[in-house]
Design a protein around this ligand. Structure first.
Ligand SMILES: Nc1ncnc2c1ncn2[C@@H]1O[C@H](COP(=O)(O)OP(=O)(O)OP(=O)(O)O)[C@@H](O)[C@H]1O
Length: 804
């Protein structure tokens, strides 16, 4: 252990040194501007880069090093320095504080050289010793040389003699646990004692799994399992579908895969970024710390509801409307809705013009319309083609009109059509009439009117029944729902960008809003700095500045320079890789939107067909993906449940058999000895019983989180009763409450130490995916499950411990 402490001390010393250097670089950058706009831009870019670098170094503090491999030098030659059964493609380096391209090759050389050494330490990031020789003292967990730490076995040792797990608290080594994969332990190379802590990897894993939940997902770099490692390091290209039951680590694996891909393909992906899509905001907050803790920031976390810039939809819609809006045929409905706004009048329209009355005849308009369609441009760009064609026709009208006075010398010459057209184009009445015929459209207007105007909907969706259309109608100005967002995106695709002038105005407005918000935040920060707190880093007097002043300063001084910021704000941004979590929930229309973001189709889709709850979600992967990638996707499966103890999974497995009989339940990695229980109470007592169970849980356990999971219709009553028993119980999950009352939709993807499930029979009946909801609810607990019910329990739950 002493040897390991010496090694760890050297790593932290080096980390400190790198932090000081990065801090200094950031300080130097602060004063680097020569005062010109370009100088200020460069200063901000540098400061931004060094801040990110610092954030990555700070994130490396916890569990900087967690493993060591002693390798057989003879076997190394055979396996190569980057020996690791499942190492993915691409060249990996061990970037130390974001090296510039010039020294990246150097870093590569160093790691390769070092990887040929017999003993390597594995940790959160790569570190050299800081000398000119650049001796590698720590290897990034993502480097090829680290792969055997996760995948070597006694059967396939991959050149590893000994694998050592290091336990650390803060900067102290608190234990080492060794596994010998080949040879005689007594004959192993020296360097650290052999503390017998049992099956080394397993004890670290079980410790992580049994730890109380905090409301935030943690990284798993020290305990990645072999089947998970294969997925994390799988080739970047193409579509990889990861199917796995609840708790098999799909989410955590997907996040580690994002970190791995960014590390391995930094040059390619750094600039394009990686998009991670999750089911809702709470979920994104739950997983939000994992990638920063892995030192990665070029990742955009989004939901389907937030993927269209400028709209943040969170409302779900009614199940009927959600199912209809998710259907692939909606693409045609949106197209029809745009076409309806290009419809031409059947009667001639007259416009008063200073050289006489102009006639907008149906034949002229139809010709202009055909020309605009023939251009194959999206609506807003085809508008210029339409307008030009009509103005041409009108100019002819004006030129050919008897009585239009011409100068005597001009009478011999052909009429000046260009001049007439220019005149017409400046006439507000003429241009107003044309703008009404082929208006500049926003997606918000098209979709808003589609669902609030029965005539428009009837025109655009002739194949839907009257009852179906009724289900879609809503008052004008209603807030956007999540299923609206793919339709907005679809409309944006058909409409194209607004014209330059419209776009510039919209951008100015949006920018101004953001700047004002930024300015207000900066002023708040400065206020607190003035009150004696830490310097916020903005070096000018603020006493006299308003948010508006500061916003103006910011206008030509952009701070939003990161790939992630730019990508999130740009609807047409294309990502280097897209990861979709809970991918089974995506509707056909949502898939269309996501696929547009990744034309190269480099994607990882993780999910569980058995957990589908969205009415428009998938029931089979092949069916969901066929329209986009045919059968060019590959499947990987995760089979071990790390979350749900065996006692709970036994119950959940019977529910799974009801949903998808052919799917095998994941095997739980542990049993806890705690049997799930059920308590039958009067209907009026459901909330109070759940409240008592929650209060008892808090009394018995000092740490950890509990969720009361309710059918949608019982939510408000149960919440009131639980809050009476446990003041402070919340309606959202997260680190702020120890007890939350949630619907299944809200609990999707999350986990809790204990779950109290209310009235399963109602949950099953609440939608056509009710059994899936019950399955999700049953599999959220890491330790304890209880059920309170009044109605008879579904048969699948009949052997629970009866608690009266
Ligand atoms: N190798 C591992 N080491 C430590 N913890 C792990 C490991 N794999 C998974 N876990 C933990 O198991 C729990 C479940 O993981 P995760 O949420 O990723 O599963 P999931 O398959 O996405 O589940 P669900 O589909 O039910 O939402 C998490 O707490 C995760 O950190």
């Amino acid at each position: 252990m002493r040897t390991e402490q010496v090694a760890l001390d050297a790593m932290y010393t080096r980390l400190e040194q790198m932090r000081r250097e990065a801090l200094q670089r950031r300080e130097d950058a602060r004063f680097s501007s020569d005062g010109t706009p370009a100088g200020r831009f460069n200063r901000d870019a540098l400061q931004h880069r060094y801040s990110q670098e610092l954030a990555a170094l700070n994130a490396a503090e916890d569990k900087l090093c967690f493993g060591r491999l002693d390798r057989d030098p003879a076997a190394l030659a055979a396996f190569g320095p980057g020996a690791g059964g499942s190492a993915g493609s691409g060249s990996a380096s061990a970037p130390e504080s974001a090296p510039s391209p010039a020294d990246e090759a150097d870093a590569q050389r160093v790691i390769d050289e070092h990887s040929a050494e017999a003993t390597i330490h594995i940790g959160r990031m790569g570190l050299t010793d800081g000398t000119a020789a650049r001796r590698q003292i720590l290897i990034d967990w993502r480097a090829p040389a680290s792969a055997p730490f996760y995948t070597a076995t006694a059967l396939e040792p991959q050149g590893v003699i000994r694998r050592r797990h290091l336990q650390t608290r803060r900067r102290q080594v608190t234990g080492v646990a060794d596994e010998y994969l080949q040879g005689d332990p007594d004959a192993q190379p020296a360097g650290g004692g052999h503390d017998d802590l049992g099956a080394a990897g397993n004890s670290a894993l079980l410790e992580a799994l049994n730890a109380p939940r905090t409301g935030r997902m943690q990284d798993i770099i020290a305990t990645i399992q072999s089947e998970q490692d294969k997925i994390i390091r799988a080739d970047r290209s193409g579509v990889l579908v990861v199917q796995g039951g609840p708790g098999t680590g799909k989410t955590v694996v997907a996040l580690h895969r994002a970190a791995y891909l960014l590390y391995t393909h930094r040059e390619r992906l750094g600039g394009h970024g990686v998009l991670v899509l999750g089911p809702n905001r709470t979920f994104l907050e739950y997983i939000g710390q994992v990638l920063p803790s892995l030192g990665e920031s070029s990742v955009v976390l989004a939901t389907i509801g937030s993927l269209y810039p400028g709209v943040e939809a969170t409302d779900p819609d009614t199940p009927r409307a959600a199912e209809l809006k998710g259907r692939a045929m909606m693409a045609g409905v949106v197209e029809n809705a745009v076409l309806a706004l290009q419809a031409m009048p059947r009667r001639t329209k007259l416009i008063e013009y200073d050289r006489g009355t102009l006639r907008l005849e149906p034949s002229l308009l139809a010709k202009a319309q055909r020309r605009a369609w023939g251009s194959r441009l999206p609506h807003n760009r085809a508008r210029a083609v339409f307008v030009k064609a009509v103005l041409d026709g009108l100019a002819q009208q004006v030129a050919g009109r008897p009585g239009v006075k011409q100068a005597p010398e001009a009478e011999q010459q052909p009429p000046d059509l260009d001049g007439i057209r220019t005149d017409l184009a400046q006439d507000p009445d003429v241009m107003g009439a044309l703008a009404a015929l082929w208006p500049a459209l926003t997606p918000q207007r098209v979709i808003g009117e589609l669902f609030s105007d029965p005539r428009r909907l009837a025109f655009a969706a002739p194949t839907l029944s009257a009852a179906q259309r009724d289900a879609l109608l809503r008052p004008a100005g209603s807030p956007w729902t999540v299923p609206d967002v793919p339709l907005l995106d679809e409309a944006a695709e058909l409409l194209g960008e607004l014209g330059a002038a419209d776009r510039a105005a919209a951008q100015r407005r949006a920018r101004r809003r953001e700047d004002l918000q930024f300015a207000q935040e900066s002023l708040d920060a400065l206020d607190s700095a003035a009150a004696g707190q830490e310097d916020s880093g903005i070096g000018f007097t603020v006493g006299m500045l308003s948010a508006e002043d500061l916003a103006e300063l910011h206008e030509d001084n952009p701070f939003d320079l990161s790939t992630a910021d730019r990508a999130a704000a740009d609807r047409e941004w294309t990502y280097g890789h897209v990861i979709v979590d809970e991918a089974q929930e995506l509707s056909a229309m949502a898939w269309r939107m996501v696929m547009r973001r990744v034309p190269a189709k480099s994607m990882t889709l993780v999910g569980d067909i058995a957990q589908t709850s969205d009415p428009a979600g998938a029931t089979a992967w092949g069916k969901a993906l066929r329209g986009f990638v045919g059968d060019r996707w590959r499947l990987a499966e995760l089979t071990v449940n790390y979350r749900t103890p065996g006692e709970i999974m036994d119950v959940a497995a019977r529910v799974l058999a009801k949903i998808v009989p052919e799917l095998s339940p994941p095997e739980s990695v542990r049993r806890t000895g705690s049997r799930p229980w059920a308590q039958r109470v009067d209907a009026a007592e459901l909330g109070a019983a759940a409240g008592r169970a929650a209060a008892a849980e808090l009394a018995e356990h000092d740490e950890g989180q509990l969720a009361v999971l309710v059918p949608d219709e019982l939510g408000a009553d149960v919440l009131a009763a639980v809050q009476a028993a446990v003041p402070g119980a919340g309606t959202d999950a997260g680190p702020h409450h120890r007890v939350s009352v949630l619907t299944v939709r809200q609990a999707k993807g999350l986990e809790f130490d204990a779950v109290v499930l209310v009235e399963p029979a109602t949950m099953v009946q609440q939608s056509k995916r009710g059994w899936g909801d019950l399955y999700v609810a049953l599999t959220r607990a890491t330790q304890r499950l209880g059920i309170v019910h009044h109605r008879a329990l579904p048969l699948q739950l009949d052997d629970l411990l009866d608690r009266r």
